[in-house]
Design a protein around this ligand. Structure first.
Ligand code: NAD
Length: 488
C-alpha cells in the first residue's frame, strides 16, 4: 500500500475524521530529490484548536476506560506495526534517508513500544502498580495514593526518529488514560500519517487521538499556548525546547523535554581497540550522526590516540555512502538540503578554527540527486566549537586526554548531559564512570547510540527537563498523583 506510491492528500486526523487544510506541503526523498514522498495538509491554529477541543471532550470517557480496553487498543496497534515493519521501514527510509535495515528496525521498535505499553495499562491508575495504601498518622483514617491521567497531552516530535519517538509518547499517553494531539516534524508527514492510519483503525473513541501536521511556529505553538493542553512532551532542539518551557511555565502546564546532546565516547588505553573503533563508527556516523545519542566527541587516552585515529580513518574510508534503499549501503543521505548545507558549514568552521582534518566532510555525487556527504573526522581542542556545540550530522572530533581523570573531566565539560560511553577493560574505571559521568544514560563497551525501549530514556543539564520517557517511569509524566483521606 505504501511502497512506491505518492501520498496525495495526506490529511489531518481530528475527532475521528480525516481533514484537509487550506495549505499543503511536500516531503521529498533525500536519496532522490525528484521523488515526492508525501503531499500533506498543513494545519493552521484554528485546526489545531479543533483537535485540542476534540481531545478535551474525549478525555473524561477515555480516562475512565478499563485497563483491558486500553491494552487491547495498544496491543492491536503494536501488532500491526510489527506485521508491517518492512513496508513501514521502506516508507521511513524514503522519507528520512535512513538505510533500509535501520528503518525497518525502527518500525519494529515502534511496534514493541506499543506492545510494552499495552502491559503498562494494567499497572496504571487506581488499583494499579502506581497506587499505595498508607497508614495514616490519625487514628481511624485511611490514606491512599493513586495516579490519575494528566489530561490532554500535546506531543511534539522531531524528524530523525519518526516512528520510535512518537510511539514512545503516544503509547505511554494512551496507556495511562490521556487523550492526545500529536504534531510530527514537517520533514516526515508520511511517517506521521502512516502511524496515525494504524491508530485510527484500533477502535479508539473519536477525539482520543488526533494528528495535526504543520509548522512548529504555527501548529506547534498553538499546542504550547492552549490553556486546554495539560501537558506537553517535546523532543527536538535545545533552542525550541527552552522556548516551549518558558511559554508552558507561564500557564503552569506540565512539561517534558528531550533535547540535544554532545555525547562523548571515552576510549582508554586498555580498551579493545577494534571494539572501540566499532563503537565510534556506529555511534558517531550511522544514521549520519542524526541521533540525539550520537557520540560526536571521541575522547581518547594518549597511549592509543594515534592508533585509534588511524584505525577509525581506515574504517571511514571503507564505508559505503549511497541511496538508502541500496543493498550494502552503510549510510544514506542526510535529511535535506538545509541540513547538508549546515553540515558542510561545520566542516568550514572546523578548518577555520584550526582543527586538524583527518577524513571526509565533502558533498558526494551519486547516481540519483540526493543530499550525500562523506563522514567527517577532525582532531580538535576542547575549546573548538565542533567540540562544544551539537552538530546533528556526520561530523565527529577526537580530543586527546592524558589519562582517565582528564578524559572524564572532558566528558563532563559540556552544557549537555544525554549519554556518555566508555571503552575499557578496567572494571574500576567502568564502575567509576557509570557513577561520575553527568548524564542520563551510560554505555560501557557499547555505542552511545542504540538503547532499549522498556527502560528510562533521557538526559540531564541542557539535554532534558522533567520526568524520563519510556518504561514504567513514563507514568511520572503521563499521570498525576492524588492522595485520598477517608474516615473509616
Ligand atoms: P526542532 O526543535 O527543529 O523540531 C522539533 C519539533 O518541534 C518539530 O515538530 C517542530 O515543528 C516543533 N517546533 C519547532 N518550533 C516550535 C515551537 N515554537 N513551538 C512548538 N513546536 C515547535 O528539532 P528537529 O530538527 O526536528 O530535531 C533535531 C533535534 O532533536 C536535535 O537537537 C536532536 O538532538 C533532538 N532529538 C532529541 C532526542 C532526545 O530524545 N533527546 C531524540 C531525537 C532528536
Amino acid at each position: 500500500m505504501i511502497h512506491g506510491e505518492i501520498h496525495q492528500n495526506v490529511r489531518q486526523y481530528i475527532n475521528g475524521r480525516w481533514e484537509t487544510s487550506a495549505t499543503t506541503g511536500v516531503s521529498a526523498n533525500p536519496s532522490d530529490t525528484s521523488e515526492v514522498v508525501a503531499e500533506y495538509a498543513r494545519a493552521d491554529r484554528r485546526q489545531v484548536d479543533g483537535a485540542i477541543r476534540a481531545a478535551t471532550e474525549a478525555f473524561p470517557h477515555w480516562s475512565h476506560s478499563t485497563p483491558q480496553r486500553r491494552a487491547d487498543v495498544l496491543d492491536r496497534i503494536g501488532a500491526e506495526l510489527l506485521a508491517r515493519k518492512d513496508e513501514l521501514g521502506l516508507l521511513l527510509a524514503r522519507e528520512v534517508g535512513k538505510t533500509l535495515p535501520e528503518a525497518v528496525a525502527e518500525a519494529a521498535r515502534a511496534g514493541q513500544i506499543f506492545k510494552f505499553f499495552a502491559g503498562e495499562a494494567f499497572r496504571s491508575g487506581a488499583g494499579g502498580g502506581g497506587s499505595e495504601n498508607v497508614a495514616s498518622v490519625r487514628a481511624g483514617v485511611q490514606v491512599d495514593v493513586t495516579r490519575e491521567p494528566v489530561g490532554v497531552v500535546g506531543l511534539i516530535t522531531p524528524w530523525n526518529t519518526p516512528f520510535a519517538v512518537p510511539a514512545s509518547k503516544i503509547a505511554a499517553a494512551l496507556a495511562h488514560g490521556n487523550s492526545v494531539v500529536f504534531k510530527p516534524a514537517e520533514l516526515v508527514p508520511a511517517c506521521g500519517w502512516a502511524l496515525t492510519d494504524i491508530i485510527s483503525r484500533a477502535a479508539l473513541p473519536a477525539g482520543v487521538f488526533n494528528l495535526v501536521m504543520g509548522s512548529g511556529r504555527e501548529a506547534g505553538q498553538a499546542l504550547v499556548d492552549s490553556a486546554l493542553v495539560d501537558a506537553l512532551s517535546f523532543t527536538g532542539s535545545a533552542a525550541n525546547g527552552e522556548r516551549i518551557l518558558q511559554a508552558a511555565a507561564m500557564r503552569r502546564a506540565k512539561v517534558q523535554l528531550e533535547m540535544g546532546g554532545k555525547n562523548a565516547l571515552v576510549v582508554l588505553a586498555d580498551a579493545d581497540l577494534d571494539r572501540a573503533v566499532d563503537c565510534a563508527v556506529q555511534g558517531a556516523y550511522f544514521s549520519n550522526g542524526q541521533r540525539c545519542t550520537a557520540s560526536s566527541r571521541l575522547i581518547v587516552e594518549a597511549g592509543v590516540h594515534d592508533a585509534f585515529v588511524a584505525k577509525l580513518r581506515q574504517r571511514l574510508k571503507a564505508l559505503k555512502i549511497g541511496h538508502a534503499l541500496e543493498r550494502g549501503v552503510d549510510i544514506g543521505p542526510v535529511a535535506d538540503a538545509e541540513r547538508l548545507a549546515q553540515n558542510l558549514a561545520w566542516v568550514d568552521i572546523a578548518r577555520e578554527e584550526g582543527a586538524e582534518h583527518v577524513w571526509g566532510g565533502e558533498a558526494l555525487q551519486r547516481a540519483t540527486t540526493g543530499h550525500y556527504m562523506s563522514p567527517a573526522l577532525f582532531l580538535a581542542k576542547p575549546a573548538h566549537r565542533i567540540a562544544r556545540e551539537e552538530i546533528f550530522g556526520p561530523l565527529a572530533c577526537v580530543l586527546r586526554a592524558d589519562d582517565y581523570d582528564e578524559a572524564l573531566a572532558l566528558c563532563n565539560d559540556t552544557p549537555f548531559g544525554l549519554c556518555a560511553g566508555l571503552c575499557t577493560n578496567s572494571l574500576k574505571h567502568a564502575m567509576h564512570f557509570r557513577r561520575h559521568a553527568v548524564v542520563g544514560m551510560t554505555m560501557v563497551n557499547l555505542p552511545t547510540a542504540g538503547v532499549d525501549f522498556h527502560v528510562p530514556f533521557g538526559g540531564r543539564k541542557g539535554s532534558g527537563y522533567g520526568p524520563r520517557e519510556q518504561g514504567r517511569h513514563a507514568a511520572e509524566f503521563y499521570t498525576t498523583v492524588k492522595t485520598g483521606y477517608m474516615l473509616a
